[in-house]
Design a protein around this ligand. Structure first.
Ligand code: PEP
Ligand code: MN
Length: 339
């Protein structure tokens, strides 16, 4: 971190500031020029809030030269992380597709979808039991009963499951869930992130609706800082001015995440587009951009889905999208992990 001081800052005030940094265990590189005095801070500056430093009267400007995230930073972990879940590898050359309905609706529905997406080549079954809905009057998910149905589908098909948690109070219910999803709306629920950091469960962290990349990675840092480094990032589209699509898939988030972090990055084209006709091209774009996996909504009868029907593929459509995905994954020299 570099701190640029105002001209003519009184020496006594400068000494106070330098002592403050020294007390924090930082080394100092002090450079006094004819017009500008610059303090270079060396060491772990992740605990420093730039705005606190900028608030000193003698400070002109503060510039961060290293990222505030450490555990998830590729600089300190140059190799891609591979997360192992239920005997399946995720990351580096191992490409996984998480597929299933937006919400678990019935035993018949989840079983039918699970059998079908497994056959098509998906490696994980997704399905929401606790649903974060904009309206309190919309279907809220089958909650604990939905989790039971998902676990039954897991037993019956052998497919590991990924499902969203909305509160740390429910963690016990998720004991047999293979990957816990943190939804976009909870990306900055810091109490939840801290609790998941204390667990040993693999976490799929979705990017917040209007989050910057730094905020996204800082949320992943919360989980890792708590001791749980089994974290996967998920780009699911961000809000823009465009109204023809639900969100806007930030495809640049994929290479950016790869540059900044060693964590696997999964792309969810379903919530990004909000419409099923875009799932195929966005999936292929995500693979070409370097994604480690996809999360796709598929339903046995999208027209009657209780949630997100417009973006859900029906089962034959999922089959054909999976064929294109498989071809693209092979083209990129990666291995498609199957259930
Ligand atoms: C979901 O996966 O069904 C979901 C609600 O996703 P997001 O948090 O990305 O909106
Ligand atoms: Mn959904």
């Amino acid at each position: 971190m570099v701190v640029i001081l105002k001209p003519n800052a009184p020496k006594e005030r400068i000494d106070n500031l330098l002592n403050h940094f020294k007390d924090m265990g930082l080394s100092i590189n002090y450079s006094e020029g004819a017009n500008t005095t610059i303090i270079g801070l060396i060491g772990d500056t992740s605990r420093i809030d730039e705005s606190d430093v900028a608030a000193y009267e003698i400070v002109e400007r503060v510039q961060r030269v290293s990222e505030p995230f450490k555990k998830v930073n590729r600089k300190f972990h140059p190799k891609d992380s591979i997360i192992e879940v239920a005997g399946r590898k995720i990351g580096e050359g191992y490409f996984n597709v998480f597929a299933g309905p937006c919400s678990v609706e019935s035993e018949e529905q989840i079983l039918m979808v699970a059998e079908s997406v497994k056959k098509a080549g998906a490696s994980f079954l997704r399905g929401g039991a606790f649903k974060p809905r904009t309206s309190p009057y919309s279907f809220q998910g089958l909650e604990a009963d939905g989790l039971k149905l998902l676990l039954a589908a897991k037993r019956q098909t052998g497919m590991p499951i990924v499902t969203e948690i909305m509160s740390e109070k429910h963690l016990d219910l998720f004991a047999d869930v293979d990957i816990i999803q943190v939804g976009a709306r909870n990306m900055q629920n810091f109490m939840l992130l801290k609790e998941l950091g204390r667990s040993n469960k693999p976490i799929l962290l979705k990017r917040g609706l209007s989050s910057t990349m730094e905020e996204f990675l800082m949320s992943a840092e919360y989980i890792c800082a708590g001791g749980n480094e089994n974290v996967m990032l998920c780009e699911r589209g961000i809000r823009t001015f465009e109204t023809m699509i639900r969100n806007n898939l930030d495809i640049s988030a994929v290479p950016l995440a790869k540059t900044l972090s060693h964590l696997p990055i999964i792309v969810d084209p379903s919530h990004a587009a909000g419409r099923r006709d875009m799932i195929d091209p966005l999936s292929r774009a995500a693979i070409a951009a370097g994604a480690d996996g996809l999360m796709i909504e598929a339903h046995n009868n999208p027209r009657c889905a209780l949630c997100d029907g417009a973006q859900s593929l029906d089962l034959p459509q999922f089959d054909s999208v999976m064929e294109n995905i498989s071809r693209r994954v092979v083209f990129e020299g990666k291995q498609l992990v199957t259930a």
